[in-house]
Ligand binder design. Structure first.
Ligand code: F6P
Length: 319
């Protein structure tokens, strides 16, 4: 390949900028032309390309969001849109594409590959729901944001002796809830992967109260049901004063953590290496400390396994 395009697509994730920088700089290091494509597939379909230089990615490694901007493109889901996207790449003389995003973005990429354009996916989503990789870019930063927010909530929860139900993101995945719940010592973690009996949660809260605990934190994954309903049910069961906090998009912002920047840099560089060695239809994956290429199908295969051991540990530690 002589010339590659890079875009970010789907929900933004902290560390996307570090991945863009790595693709651009690694590409230029090897003498390739690198084009940034704005607003994900929207920009691709409309031919919004800009040639990247070393300087265009200066001062972004530590910033959240994505300098290329992103979109959830409806048009890329149509065959007309997919054809236009491939035509634009050919017209611009771009030989291959790196897509930074979640599995929906990878599906868009594969429609280009079936039209003969080599593609590599870099998994970036705070949800950490892409099979094959231990981490997706953005997950670690989102966890840190949740932990920081919960520690603030704890101050007010303690002062008023309240039970807080904190809803976190993750779509159908309970990964953010599980890891953040363990890391902030939540009394209970409610995730879509495991059905919980709210009566048990209530008894745990009551036991804690009898032991002298004056506040409780319950982490609920957004895919596990309504935080408001859970709060009301727990209030009725326990008689405790409950409050709901929905952390929302705060989890998508902020400077990326060291781990996210390191993974993003490794993955960006790996994507360029894969293209240079003639590979396509691969995603970068971090597996046991190493960044490797895996067939992109892995991303659409069986769901990423839920970490039941960690869930059990969190339960034992919050007894
Ligand atoms: O996939 C990332 C994510 O933040 C999910 O956790 C959440 O369900 C969704 O995106 C929200 O999407 P939007 O920003 O389009 O509302």
């Amino acid at each position: 390949v002589q010339s590659i395009g890079v875009l970010t697509s789907g929900g933004d994730a902290p560390g996307m900028n570090a991945a863009i920088r790595a693709v651009v700089r690694k590409g230029i290091y090897h003498g390739l032309k690198v084009y940034g494509i704005e607003r994900g597939y929207e920009g691709l379909i409309n031919g919004i390309f800009r040639e990247m230089s070393l300087g265009t990615v200066a001062d972004i490694v530590h910033r959240g969001g994505t300098m290329l901007m992103t979109a959830r493109s409806q048009e890329m889901m149509t065959s007309d849109g997919q054809r236009k996207a491939a035509d634009q790449l050919r017209k611009q003389g771009i030989d291959a594409l790196v897509v930074i995003g979640g599995d929906g973005s990878f599906r868009g990429a594969q429609t280009l590959s079936s039209q003969g354009i080599p593609i590599i996916g870099i998994p970036a989503t705070i949800d950490n729901d892409i099979p094959g990789t231990d981490f997706t870019i953005g997950f670690d930063t989102a966890l840190n944001t949740v932990i920081e927010s919960v520690s603030k909530i704890r101050d007010t929860a303690t002062s008023h002796e309240r039970t807080f139900i904190v809803e976190v993101m993750g779509r159908e995945s309970g990964s953010i809830a599980l890891h953040a719940g363990l890391a902030c010592g939540a009394e209970s973690i409610i995730v879509p992967e495991i059905s919980v009996d709210l009566k048990e949660v209530s008894s745990k809260l009551l036991r804690g109260h009898q032991r002298g605990k004056n506040h409780s934190i319950i982490i609920v994954a957004e895919g596990a049901g309504s935080a408001w309903k859970i709060a009301e049910d727990l209030r009725l069961e326990t008689g405790f004063d409950t409050r709901v906090t929905i952390l929302g998009h705060i989890q998508r912002g902020g400077n990326p953590s060291a781990l996210d920047v390191v993974i993003a840099s490794e993955m960006g560089a790996k994507a360029v290496e894969l293209l240079r060695s003639g590979q396509s239809d691969q995603m970068t994956a971090r597996v046991s400390q190493e960044v490797i290429g895996l067939p992109m199908e892995v991303a659409y295969g069986p769901r990423k396994p839920f970490n039941y051991d960690l869930y059990e540990l969190a339960n034992q530690l919050s007894i």
